[in-house]
Design a binder for this molecule. Structure first.
Ligand SMILES: Nc1ncnc2c1ncn2[C@@H]1O[C@H](COP(=O)(O)OP(=O)(O)O)[C@@H](O)[C@H]1O
Ligand SMILES: [Mg+2]
Length: 258
């Protein structure tokens, strides 16, 4: 579904990605791991059109994404969350979702010239739609809360709901479990499995090895902008270079077990 071919990116003299090849299948969950600064978030920025590659091609169902504006990429069916949350904290959860709905090809925007009664009906329908997306991440009962009042873990889940509101075929999650406690992580894993079962493909960047190994069918490991390993979780676990470059160090630093 998504193919990166020989993608390179540099910032000034800094070569952040060096001839990256990666194919994300149409089904299931694909993991992207590697140490801080490896270039993982840059991959997401290139796929979603926030950055343009210096070289190489990015194709989604045969269409070139690397020449497309971000809003058009969203309409092709690619959505993402951000490593640093980008929510409207002074707006309700429901309003945060409605902003994303407005970006959808089927416009949910309320017509300014509608008769009042149909306007109210449309408004109610929108609120229901927003609650449906919030329900996918267990936040429906908080739809009228301000986003800024949510716990950190809940804010991460609201970001996912907002991405889902654009009805993507592929969802990119940038460190979705960061800052979550183990109970929140388990809940999020359940929600991600449910999304996968609904047919949504996902590409996940995450440092928590139990999380990534438990969810992904395929994992690519980046180090200094190059692929150092790719394969199923068991193959990645066994790969000496990966353990040295990343997993070993991560284990001693965060105490996560494989
Ligand atoms: N917009 C940018 N301008 C300049 N340097 C950047 C930019 N984005 C990322 N970098 C640099 O590229 C490298 C890879 O960053 P990033 O993709 O965020 O890594 P990761 O997500 O794997 O931690 C880092 O050295 C970072 O400082
Ligand atoms: Mg990152």
């Amino acid at each position: 579904m998504l193919t990166l071919s020989a993608v390179s990116k540099n910032f000034g003299g800094l070569q952040v990605l060096d001839g990256l090849d990666m194919t994300v299948p149409e089904q299931g969950i694909f993991g992207l791991i590697g140490p801080n600064g490896a270039g993982k978030t840059t991959v997401f920025n290139l796929i979603t059109g926030l950055l343009a590659p210096n070289d190489g091609a990015i194709e989604f169902y045969g269409q070139r994404l690397d020449r497309m504006a971000p809003h058009r990429i969203t309409r092709c069916g690619v959505a993402r969350t951000f490593q640093n949350l980008r929510l409207f904290r002074e707006m309700t959860l429901s309003e945060n979702i409605l902003v994303a709905l407005a970006a959808h090809p089927r416009s949910y925007a309320l017509g300014a010239l509608m008769p009042l009664r149909s306007y109210r009906a449309a408004e109610r329908r929108e609120a229901e739609t927003a609650r449906e997306f919030l329900a996918k991440v267990g936040l429906a009962d908080k739809s009228e809360f301000l986003a800024g009042t949510l716990s950190y873990g809940e804010q991460r889940r609201l970001e996912i709901a907002r991405a889902l509101a654009t009805e993507p075929k592929l969802l990119l999650l940038d460190e979705p479990a960061a800052g979550m406690n183990s109970a929140e992580k388990l809940l999020l894993m359940d929600e991600i499995v449910t999304l996968r079962e609904s047919g949504l493909a996902m590409l996940i960047i995450e440092h928590d090895m139990r999380f990534i190994m438990g969810l992904c069918q395929q994992i690519t490991v980046l180090n200094f902008g190059r692929v150092i390993a790719a394969g199923a979780p068991d193959e990645i676990r066994a790969h000496a270079e990966v353990i040295e470059a990343y997993l070993g160090r991560d284990e001693t630093r965060s105490g996560s077990t494989l």
